[in-house]
Design a protein around this ligand. Structure first.
Ligand SMILES: Nc1ncnc2c1ncn2[C@@H]1O[C@H](COP(=O)(O)OP(=O)(O)OP(=O)(O)O)[C@@H](O)[C@H]1O
Ligand SMILES: [Mg+2]
Length: 370
């Protein structure tokens, strides 16, 4: 027992001296990388373009996303993340490797330090999905990996919980997942995540245009319609936008006019799913926690927090104050970055995975800090 503790202590000291800590938010839509000294060093779409025949990397991030829908014949653009977890392992690893290279992060730093990556995962991710994430991060050059819940990272990044004994509720609405968390400085009180977020809203707009107007549009077009017309409260006056797309069936191009009311109706089902999940979490809270949330309200993070009037809608639904965090898209990586600076906090908040039966107690750890 004493020997084990000593070994653990030596490993910890070794890491403290030889590790360079970096926070990575490998999101469904966006990937962000944060270093202690340089802050956010990379913020790119989680997209990769590869040669269709050889699998060779062409480009990643913004450049790859700009190709989407206009790919040359030999190119295929992928989004290797789905619902906050890895959908295509090889591509996710390749993409992350290229992001590290772009951010000037090597597996050994100029000072001879090894990479200790702190990363986030939705609370609903399975242990297999977490292992895939660890393996991809390791493949991209990490020597040690610590994983925290995405909602918790968002709460720390939004400055909702550190140094505060009261309970706070944070809802992180990303592209693939909505993470709901109630936490205090002592840790997670309740967390939940559902695979409903910004991407579902885009999909609802694509389906609306296809069903009602027989118009086919690309993902990027749906994204800009959402940014312009989507609102979480029924619009009082209707805003209109001309949408040009491909007429189906056929091959002609046509323009239709879409209103904010139609978009509101199309996305309502998904907003309702998010509201229902928040309600379920709230219903399960203890009285003291409920009082804290009543006092402090709900903080929104993630890109989905920027849907117009979402804060007002949630405020009406729950009769609580609701605030959108400053720079909501950066909250998760900043929270992970903040936690990585404190050994005790990282230790306290990291996800502890049980060893799977088939791995046995002596399974190789690959330097993973669970
Ligand atoms: N102004 C805006 N209005 C509405 N939605 C927005 C706005 N800006 C960004 N978004 C949406 O936010 C989502 C991306 O947010 P974010 O980067 O937090 O997701 P992610 O972290 O990649 O996904 P996840 O956490 O689910 O893995 C996209 O669906 C995008 O359309
Ligand atoms: Mg996210």
């Amino acid at each position: 027992m004493l020997r084990e503790r000593f070994k653990h202590y030596v490993a910890k000291m070794f890491r403290r001296v030889f590790a360079e800590r970096i926070a990575v938010d490998l999101g469904t839509v966006n990937t962000l990388i944060y270093t202690e000294k340089r802050g956010i060093v990379l913020n790119e779409p989680s997209t990769i373009a590869v040669n269709k025949y050889t699998g060779q990397l062409i480009t990643v991030g913004h450049e790859a996303l700009n190709m989407l829908g206009r790919e040359p014949i030999d190119t295929i653009v992928h989004r290797p993340m789905r619902d906050g977890t890895i959908a295509d392992f090889d591509l996710a690893e390749k993409m992350l490797h290229e992001f590290f290279r772009r951010a000037n992060i090597g597996s050994i730093s100029k000072k001879g330090k090894l990479l200790h990556i702190v990363t986030a995962t939705p609370s609903m991710s399975t242990s297999v999905e977490r292992r895939a994430l660890k393996a991809a991060v390791r493949g991209a050059g990490a020597r040690w990996i610590s994983m925290i819940e995405e909602g918790l990272a968002a709460a720390v990044g939004a400055e909702a919980i550190l140094g505060n004994a009261n309970a706070h509720m944070v809802v992180d609405i990303g592209g693939g997942t909505t993470n709901i968390i109630i936490a205090s400085a002592s840790g997670i009180i309740k967390s939940s995540s559902i695979p409903v977020a910004g991407n579902e809203l885009n999909q609802a707009i694509i389906e609306l245009l296809s069903r009602k107007y027989r118009l086919e549009i690309g993902e990027q077009a749906a994204e800009s319609i959402k940014m312009k017309l989507a609102t979480a409260l029924e619009p009082i006056s209707k805003e209109e936008m001309g949408i040009i797309g491909k007429s189906v069936p056929g091959h002609s191009v046509k323009e239709v006019f879409l209103t904010s009311i139609e978009v509101f109706q199309a996305i309502e089902k998904f907003l309702q799913a998010i509201i229902n999940e928040i309600r379920t979490v709230l219903e399960q809270t203890a009285p003291n926690v409920a009082v804290d949330i009543y006092n402090y309200g709900i903080v929104l993070t993630g890109g989905g927090a920027l849907v117009r009037n979402l804060d007002k809608r949630l405020s009406q639904e729950f009769t609580l104050p609701v605030h959108v965090a400053e720079r909501p898209l950066e909250a998760v990586v900043k929270g992970a970055g903040k936690l990585m600076a404190y050994d005790n906090l990282l230790e306290q908040y990291k996800i502890r995975e049980e060893t799977l039966e088939w791995e046995g107690a002596n399974a190789p750890s690959y330097g993973v800090v669970n």
